[in-house]
Design a protein around this ligand. Structure first.
Ligand code: ATP
Ligand code: MG
Length: 569
């Protein structure tokens, strides 16, 4: 393609409304057009990148036997009600719309329910399974914050695949096969070296963990914890953790009540009591299934991890107890809860970080009062069991290996889940086995953020001069520049353009009548992997100048050398 035929132009100014590097560069380079926050249109160059990522994803899903479909954006309410996912209180990022007659419709944010529903006329026998069904399409999510450019769109492109298996064993095979395909996708799009499979929360419908694919990046919104020298990675939201031990040789001091008004949070409390934060205790009261009350305690400096707590309690609902409940079980206002003199109806779950302490602080269950010098066995019975209910912190210990975690920021570029049979059962999709018995279908689902990968790649590789695309997803392979309009230069450039194109190499020829400096700057900004320059000087020796986008060094090549180089890459 010739630059003079491309309607987009580049810009030197950074769009004022964008804070994310990916959006700034993609807009400046004319790859995307911003409609509104989190909503971007893909222009010719941007679309070429997106389509290449889609192409790689499609090939890998096809390679494991995936069948492609295209589900609808408009979603009828009833299918989602069957799984209790219509209610905004359950799924909080729905976009919803209405027909003229007032009927409510959802705007597709994921497609488990409609996919299962679409299979019901076709799948009823063990002979119909197993299956992988996938689509690549636009998802809509009413994201609270959309400041990260195409990393977090309110409208974005996802590949979502769903697997349907007859048994758990078959499901595990499908799951692992899909995981291998995912690894290939990340390698092929150019982020294999920085993308890791990390254990993460399993979401609403399963007690199992899911696996996220996390690309390490300082601008990422997620934190993953790595166990050094292993391939164990965890999203911090579920990472099992042991707190570093507190070594103390103090003798037990008499327990004491201290008045302290309006001290919210462990930091001000520690300061006021003149004790280290880790001597304080954070106790939170929760209400769970059937109105049962739970007190969860972690050592000061940690937060309670509700995912872990929910798993230990084996409950579906877990919400902070309201003020009246707190008053009833503690006798105090919110903020003074502790484990001393707590109502018997409360189940207590104590994190292991609280264990190895002497003379610690504890809420008194009396308004404006705190207790210090509390000790296990003397003031509080030593619990039969300590649990792990805390949000892991970077210097925590991985319990199984005893190694200290290393924390990294990361971008979630994919997520795969085991769904059990919750969706299939709820939507009445069963199969009849060899013995004529009706059986549940075990599902998995597998998402890849296609447009997010594009943004993540910009963030990862771009430099001060502009975008840098990995070879496989670049919109064009070669950026061809003619310097000046000398007849011979143009003739040779035209021939090179045609020859390379004939070889199947995608060339963007900057044939504009502009200063060479402008062309060089655009070559860098657009991020096309190989720059080839034809100038009055190079043609004297029948040569061209070649430079990789990632290199500062230009070299001079013969035409034959160039063709060899670009066709081999
Ligand atoms: P996040 O935690 O980032 O909001 P999610 O866990 O809700 O994402 P999934 O439902 O797991 O997202 O979706 C599958 C994949 O789709 C994600 O791994 C991510 O790569 C991508 N994705 C999710 N939300 C967005 C979004 N708003 N914009 C772009 N890509 C997204
Ligand atoms: Mg996810």
């Amino acid at each position: 393609m010739k630059r003079t035929e491309l309607f987009t132009k580049t810009s030197k100014t950074t769009p004022a409304s964008e804070v994310a590097k990916n959006a700034q560069l993609l807009i400046r380079a004319g790859y995307v057009h911003k409609e509104t926050a989190g909503v971007y249109a893909y222009l010719p160059l941007g679309l070429r990148v997106l389509e290449k990522i889609k192409g790689i994803v499609r090939e890998e899903m096809d390679a494991i036997g995936g069948q492609e479909v295209l589900m609808t954006t408009l979603q009828p309410r009833d299918v989602w009600e069957k799984t209790n996912r219509w209610d905004d209180a359950v799924v909080d990022n729905w976009f919803k719309t209405k027909l003229k007659n007032g009927t409510e419709l959802g705007v597709g944010l994921t497609h488990e329910e409609p996919i299962v529903d679409a299979l019901t006329p076709y799948v009823d026998s063990y002979k119909d399974l197993p299956l992988y069904i996938y689509q690549i399409g636009t998802k809509f999510r009413n994201e609270l914050r959309a400041k990260s450019g195409i990393l977090r769109g309110r409208e974005f492109v996802m590949k979502d695949m769903y697997s349907f298996a007859r048994t758990q064993t078959e499901h595990t095979e499908l799951y692992e096969k899909a995981a291998t395909a995912y690894t290939k996708v990340y390698e092929r799009v150019g982020i294999g070296a920085e993308t890791y499979r990390a254990a993460a929360d399993g979401g609403y419908f399963t007690d199992k963990y899911s696996d996220e694919y996390q690309m390490l990046s300082d601008i990422g919104e997620d934190t993953v914890l790595h166990v050094p020298e292993t391939d164990l990675w965890y999203n911090e939201e579920i990472a099992p953790s042991k707190a570093p031990k507190i070594i103390t040789h103090e003798s037990e001091q008499p327990m004491e009540m201290v008045e302290g008004r309006g001290l919210i949070g462990v930091e001000p409390l520690a300061k006021f009591l003149k004790i280290p934060v880790e001597k304080t205790t954070k106790t939170m009261l929760y209400e769970t299934d059937g109105g049962k009350i739970v007190a969860a305690a972690v050592r000061g400096g940690y937060e309670i991890n509700e995912i872990k707590l929910r798993k230990i309690l084996n409950v579906k609902t877990l919400k902070l107890a309201d003020e009246a409940t707190v008053r009833r079980v503690t006798g105090a206002e919110i903020g003074y809860a502790g484990l001393l003199n707590l109502s018997k109806e409360v189940r207590v779950i104590i994190d292991e970080s609280c264990a190895s302490r002497t003379n610690f602080e504890m809420g008194s269950n009396q308004t404006n009062t705190h207790t210090i010098n509390v000790n296990w066995g003397r003031d509080l019975p030593l619990p039969k069991e300590f649990y792990d209910i805390k949000m892991a912190r970077p210097n925590d210990i991985h319990p199984d290996s005893g190694k200290v975690y290393k924390a990294h920021r990361s971008i979630e570029v994919g997520n795969i889940f085991s769904l059990e049979s919750k969706y299939s059962d709820a939507l009445d999709l069963y199969y009849v086995d060899e013995n004529g018995e009706r059986q549940s279908i075990i599902m998995g689902c597998y998402g890849i953020g296609v447009s997010r990968i594009m943004g993540a790649i910009v963030e990862k590789f771009a430099d001060a001069k502009g975008l840098i695309w990995p070879e496989n997803i670049a919109p064009f392979k070669v950026y061809l520049i003619n310097v000046g309009t000398d007849e011979n230069v143009v003739k040779i450039t035209t021939k090179l353009y045609l020859d390379l194109s004939k070889m199947g190499i995608e060339v963007l020829w900057d044939d504009r009548d502009v200063h060479p400096g402008e062309k060089f700057a655009d070559a860098d900004l657009l991020g096309i992997p190989h720059r080839v320059v034809v100038s009055p000087k190079t043609i004297q020796n029948d040569m061209v100048e070649y430079k990789a986008r990632t290199s500062d060094q230009a070299t001079v090549l013969t035409m034959a050398e160039l063709c060899k180089k670009v066709s081999c890459i």
